[in-house]
Design a protein around this ligand. Sequence first.
Ligand code: ADE
Length: 225
Amino acid sequence: MRIDIITVLPELLKSPFEASILKRAIEANLVEIHFHNLRDYTTDNYKSIDDTQFGGGAGMVMMVEPIDKCISNLKLQRNYDEVIYMTPDGETLNQSIANQMSLKGNIIILCGHYKGVDQRVRDHLITREISIGDFVLSGGELAAAVLCDAIIRLIPGVLGNETSALTDSFQDNLLAPPIYTKPREYKGWKVPELLFSGNLPKIEKWREDKAYERTKERRPDLLED
Ligand code: ADE
């Protein structure tokens, strides 16, 4: 998989890809991440990427031309499955979207700033708009990092134990059950006895019950559909 990220702040985005699972995925050639600085596609001496709103109003708007130049240049080199715009008014990211995206070959992610981008970018260049939640960040970069993390860990081979992504919360619309490790008892806090029984079907049933209970209590909305 190849992800091209268009941003005015590449430095804000680099570190998540330089540690842990994402770093290993890149080193193992399971994913390629490329950053494109929008200022490299500007046409004036000031390297402007934004301007005031037509019709008046507070806040700057990212201009269509540098974004179009950058995306067109990428599209000349390869086909893209999706051109995603990170924006608080997009569809809210969930595990199902992450699953779908992890199956794609090449995607572009555009990070917004200021008031956002000229609507013509959204109408003509973007294929999908994604939000990471009902709150406003100062730019799309951190949202793009969140999306990339959610996608990349699902690419086969990225996680050591292939089954571990399958048992994540949300994969079956349920939250994950409680988990325990050594020691068996700490300060009198005990691990449920059943987990030492060696009775795998019983343990599996206990985990399913706990996952269901936890979901019912914390996220009843997940059980609705
Ligand atoms: N840009 C600013 N806020 C955002 C959000 N919540 N999700 C995605 N992109 C954003």
